[in-house]
Structures are given as C-alpha cells and as structure tokens.
Design a protein. Structure first.
Length: 390
C-alpha cells in the first residue's frame, strides 16, 4: 500500500518547514549511533529500530534524518559502528515508509560512480516524492578505502574530483539530452539518465567539510552546510556546557557571508549529543554512567589513533582528547538547560541541529514531551502541522 505523502517540496532547502530551528536525527544507521558505550541500552542500529525511529521522527514533525556513511567501524568491546546500513538504499526504503521528513543519503565520491549514484538518488527521491537529500563526502579516512582498491587523492584534490563528480550528477539530473563529459577525472560518452528527480527540482545538497577548501566547496555548491561546534567549555562535575558563542557566531556568519558573496543562500547546521533527564543531577549521573564508567575506550582510542593521536594513558593531554572525543558536543541537563542550549545555538545563527542520542527510540518521546514545547514557546518551532510550507 502506498503511503499518502506530502505534496512535493517546493523549497527543498527549507525541508518543507518554516521552523526557525530545524531538528533532525544523526547517525542512527550504525550500531551504537555516535555513542561509544558499553551500556546495554546502546543503540542497536537494527533495521526495525531504524524504521520505528524514522516513523516516530516523521510523526513528531522533525525535519531530517542524516546517516553516517561508514564502511568500517572502530572495534572495541562493542565493535563500535562496525555494523552500518548503506545509506542510499537505507534512505530509499525509509522514504517509502515515511510521509514528510527529509532523508539524506551519504555518498563517498571516490567510490560511487556518478552515473550509478545519480540514478540511485533519483530512485530514492521518487520513493519519497522529493524528500531525498544528498550528503556529499569526498572521503577523509584512507583506511576505509583499501577494501575498494582505492587510495584517496591528496586532500585538496579530493574536492576537485568531487566537483567533477557533482557536475556530472547535476547534468544527469537536469539535461534532457545525452552528453559527453571530458574532465580531468572522468571521461564519459553518451551519458543519459531518466527519470529526473521528483517534481522537476533537485535534491537538497549538504556538505560538512572542515577545511578551507571543504568550506569553499560547500559555499559554491550546497544548500546546507554542517559545521562542528568544537570550542566550548565543559564542566565534568556539573555537566554544564558553555558554548563559545562568539567563536561559533564568527564561523556561522563567515559561512553565510561567503555564500552571499557568490549569490547563494546556505543553511548552516551542527550536531549535538543529547542527554536530557528530569533533573540536572540525573542527567549528569547518566552521562557519567554511559560515557565514563561504561565508555568503550578501546573504540575511542582507535578513533584517536586514526587522527594521529597516540594512546598514552599517563598523558593528561591524551586523557582530555579522549573525553572530548567521547562526549562530542554535549547537551546534558534537565529540560530547561537543554532547551536553553538549543536556543543559544539558534541565537548564534544555526538553522538546524542534528541530534545523536544514546538510545534514540527510548529517549525521543521524552524530548518531544519536554524540549519541543519549550522550543515552541520560545518561537523557534511552530506546533506540528502549522509549520508546513504551503
Ligand atoms: C555532521 C557531519 C557529518 C559527516 N558525515 C560524514 C559521513 O557520513 N562520512 C564520512 O566519511 N565523513 C563524514 N563527515 C566528515 C566530513 O565530510 C569531512 O570529511 C570532515 O569534516 C573533514 O573536512 P575536510 O574534508 O574539509 O578536511 C561528516 C562531518 C560532519 C560534521
């Protein structure tokens, strides 16, 4: 039976919503999501849990679902992120099972042929009546690509390759006639692809490059840009996080200004790790239980090693790296505290936030009951239904 879906999204970059602060789920296509923890309630990443979560998020009026494209995990006692669904097929299936939420697929440009990927994405887009979005990733972990027989190009050149890749995909999505493509990386003859994306528009494009060249790519091409909020103070005793408001605002403003300078508007997004409990004390206790006493440190060490940070448990600097890596950007606290942090990130200019949660399905109903009404009261979100774009 076909689900009755929303009419095609006219302004895809708004994700079908007029909410000032858009909300999404990040990383649920992997086992453990983004929390390297041993606790038994950690995220299963199973297909059925993904479907339940997508339908719940859709029902609650969340705007997006963003997976992580990952080919190998990090080991450790939990085999952290070793089990992951390929994201284009994951997105296509979930789009057919939901009604209004935007669902992204993540493509690594070094290993997906653009002609194949363009068609896969169109398939997903039709399954969702225009709700597919692309997270374009040029690759940043060389060891992920050995099993494809591919070595990554030098960092900046990856984005030149990615640009050609995207130019081909865009042409496939828009040009009615066959074409040849003679680039530096791709030489293609008599290329065509039908059908085009749903409703005569193109999928929303997102990128999350941290480097200058990655940001340039985003500014030139993307509708949405994800940037990590790194600089912040965190008090491990109280769980209180104090975002570096001035520093973050500078990054957000500069990204927007760079997009405006080339005549584009680009949404700016970030991701946070939410632990919300009725009291501050309960929240910080749960944080310590999950991400300190029951951390999967072996998996965290493997991630740090990949970044060139050698394990040294006697070094306070190394221990600080470990803490930062495991907690990510934490929103820990009671509902007022957590809602206040969402407000702060909206005030510095973010258009939306992707959430990671220890167990997404168990905890999303609580966030729906406690956080979303506070965001509605603050004018950041409209009650579900009234925020839809006409
Ligand atoms: C929110 C977010 C999502 C990302 N998703 C992926 C992903 O799915 N797969 C991946 O390999 N890298 C992912 N990345 C990494 C970026 O694509 C990028 O490679 C990284 O930020 C380094 O930036 P650079 O390429 O400009 O050096 C993500 C980063 C962020 C902040």
């Amino acid at each position: 039976m076909l689900l009755e879906q929303n009419a095609p999204v006219a302004n895809r970059s708004a994700m079908g919503s007029t909410n000032k602060l858009k909300l999404g789920i990040f990383g649920c296509n992997l086992n453990s999501g983004k929390n390297a923890t041993l606790v038994p309630e950690r995220w299963s990443g199973s297909w059925d849990d993904n479907v339940r979560l997508a339908q719940m998020a859709d029902d609650y009026g969340l705007e997006f679902f963003l997976p992580l494209g990952r080919w190998r995990g990090w080991g450790g006692a939990t085999h952290y992120q070793e089990s992951s669904f390929e994201t284009l097929t994951w997105a296509a299936a979930l789009l057919a099972l939901t009604k209004r939420i935007t669902i992204f697929g993540t493509v690594h440009t070094p290993i997906f042929h653009p002609v194949v990927a363009a068609k896969q994405m169109v398939t997903a887009d039709h399954a969702g009546h225009g709700r597919f979005g692309l997270n374009l990733v040029v690759g940043n972990k060389d060891e992920e690509f050995g099993m494809f027989g591919v070595s990554l190009l030098e960092h900046d050149e990856r984005y030149a390759h990615g640009q050609e890749w995207l130019d081909i995909v865009r042409r496939l999505w828009t040009e009615p006639e066959n074409f040849d493509f003679n680039g530096k990386y791709f030489q293609l003859t008599d290329v065509l692809s039908k059908p085009k994306p749903y409703g005569g528009t193109q999928p929303l494009l997102l990128n999350a490059g941290l480097s200058e060249i990655g940001q340039d790519f985003g500014v030139r091409n993307c509708d949405a840009f994800f940037t990590a909020v790194r600089a912040s103070e965190f008090d491990a005793q109280s769980g209180i996080v104090t975002p570096d408001v001035a520093g973050v605002a500078k990054i957000v403003d500069s990204l927007r200004a760079r997009a405006a300078a080339v005549g584009r508007t680009m949404g700016v997004y970030t991701n946070v790790n939410v632990i919300c409990r009725p009291t501050q004390k309960e929240a910080i206790e749960y944080y310590r239980y999950v991400l300190d006493e029951h951390a999967d440190w072996e998996a965290v060490d493997a991630q740090l090693q990949q970044q060139g940070i050698a394990r040294d448990l006697h070094s306070p600097t190394y221990l600080a790296h470990r803490q930062r890596a495991i907690r990510q950007f934490p929103f820990i606290g009671d509902p007022d505290t957590v809602a206040g942090l969402f407000q702060t990130l909206s005030d510095v200019g973010f258009d939306g936030i992707g959430m990671t949660i220890v167990n997404y399905l168990d905890e999303l109903p609580y966030l729906r009951a406690e956080i979303i009404p506070r965001l509605e009261k603050a004018g950041l979100r409209a009650p579900k239904g009234s925020e839809r774009e006409s």
